[in-house]
Write a protein of this length. Structure first.
Length: 108
């Protein structure tokens, strides 16, 4: 299972309607696994539908921050690359966003 949460730290509220894609490293490229938009609470509760499991390997979450920030930000997109070692674990990857910075961590 993989989920995410985007918080707009400049506005002090969740970032809704942010387009998010999930990719898996495939050789020298990336394979698209899923895409979604954050809900009114800035969340995507489950990126992989129909019981699909996030396999071990290197993955990337890409957030379309430019569309969300309306051209006001420095980063038009944020890409978070991470490793999955145990596919049975829940992987929660939050994004804290402002127009001129962002941070992330492995959540629960």
């Amino acid at each position: 299972m993989i989920s995410t949460h985007v918080l707009d730290t400049a506005r002090g509220r969740p970032a809704s309607d942010v387009h998010v894609t999930l990719h898996r490293r495939d050789g020298d490229g990336w394979e698209l696994l899923a895409e979604a938009r954050t809900d009114d609470d800035g969340r995507v509760a489950e990126l992989l539908a129909d019981g699909h499991v996030l396999a071990a390997g290197v993955h990337r979450l890409r957030f379309d921050t430019g569309a969300y920030l309306g051209g006001e930000g420095f980063y038009p997109e944020v890409a978070i690359v991470f490793s999955v070692r145990d596919a049975s674990e829940h992987h929660h990857v939050p994004l804290l966003l402002s127009p001129y910075g962002y941070s992330t961590y492995r959540g629960t």
